[in-house]
Write a protein that binds this ligand. Structure first.
Ligand code: DP6
Length: 336
């Protein structure tokens, strides 16, 4: 009753911000993302009568930290993980408690979707450990209950999460395999402090922004345009839409009640740098999630130049270059 899964984080090109049903985690709009091959969560789950309560251990490891470092889940996070394990126990009709060990190779709660890769890995590892063999669609639906964006880390490569009109129809599927387009997400880390307002809480107030309706009305057309950009591999069109959607989501966050400000001075400096590099002829676009770090999207041929330039910006802690990645999968390399 032990299994291990590996899941990538993902970067949303069209963002998910707001839920029409918080309990079922059904989003107001469909979203589109790319899986990230260098931001990975690995999770081992074991169910056993030996455990009297669910036990969790969270580690972080990357090339900047030589040995792995133990981090603590807070009480809310533990409840959220246990609730997810309960869903899986109910499905598998088992009562055993579990031991969960999870390792991220990137900082937690810094606007890199650790909840996406975290709940995707947990869903696959726990269902397999419980003896369930779910389809990709059912895994995606189940991961969605843990964290909305986690459903997008399940399928391969470039992914769409459909709004759907029910829980069964709100799942993610692969638009294109990871090898379809040699893009990069050059992730510029400027702060790895845990964020003050969790995404889930921030999202509850989305409808208080006067811009929320404007965004909802614009999205169907924007989704058609980005799909066309992906289909025709039109990078300039893709980049423009990615930036447009990011700025619109943040304007919405900033005009919610109470407002949410995820950017800091370094974030703004990098956004400005991206505009300047573009003026100089480099095809680069940025996008930012619920944190200060900036994801710079470029084509594979420009990776060296972009990472080189990003590293020269003062205050940058780390630069992680991501290729499109395959989705969540099982591995035999258990963490305990
Ligand atoms: C800004 O998936 O973390 O990164 O469903 O509450 O877990 P929960 O939210 P989460 O939200 C991600 C929001 C975002 C945009 C995106 O990834 O689409």
């Amino acid at each position: 009753m032990k299994a291990t899964a590996v899941a990538p984080a993902n970067i949303a090109f069209i963002k998910y911000w707001g839920r029409r049903d918080a309990k079922l985690r059904l989003p107001y709009n469909s979203s589109i993302s790319m899986n990230l091959n260098a931001c990975i969560t690995t999770t081992t789950v074991e169910f056993s009568p030996c455990y009297h309560a669910d036990e969790f251990m969270l580690l972080t490891q990357n090339k900047f930290i030589k040995s792995s470092l133990e981090l603590k889940f807070n009480e809310l996070e533990k409840e959220r993980i246990s609730a997810h394990l309960d869903r899986i126990r109910d499905l598998a009709n088992i009562k055993d408690m579990s031991k969960v060990v999870t390792i991220n190779n990137f900082p937690k709660s810094s606007g890199i979707a650790s909840s996406a890769s975290g709940f995707a890995a947990l869903t696959l590892a726990a269902t397999a450990a419980a003896g369930l063999d779910l389809s990709e669609k059912d895994l995606s639906i189940l991961a969605r209950f843990g964290s909305g964006s986690a459903c997008r880390s399940v399928p391969d490569g470039f992914v769409e999460w459909l709004t759907g009109d029910s829980s069964e129809t709100s799942f993610a599927y692969s638009l294109y395999r990871a090898s379809y387009w040699d893009l990069r997400d050059v992730l510029v880390i400027i702060g790895s402090e845990p964020k003050k307002i969790p995404t889930s809480a921030g999202m509850d107030n989305v409808t208080t922004s006067p811009l929320w309706r404007v965004r909802l009305r614009a999205l169907p057309q924007r989704i058609l345009r980005i799909k066309e950009a992906l289909k025709t591999k039109n990078f300039v069109l893709l980049g423009r839409i990615i930036e447009e959607d990011c700025l619109e989501m943040h304007r919405g966050m900033q005009t919610q009640d109470p407002p949410l400000f995820y950017w800091n001075d370094k974030t703004r400096k990098i956004m400005e740098a991206v505009y300047n590099w573009r003026k100089d002829g480099l095809a680069v676009y940025f996008t930012i999630d619920a944190g200060p770090n900036v994801h710079i999207i470029c084509e594979g041929k420009d990776e060296q130049r972009v990472t080189g330039l990003a590293k020269t910006i003062k205050g940058v802690e780390a630069v992680i270059s991501n290729k499109p990645a395959q989705g969540t999968r099982l591995t035999k390399e258990h963490l305990f």
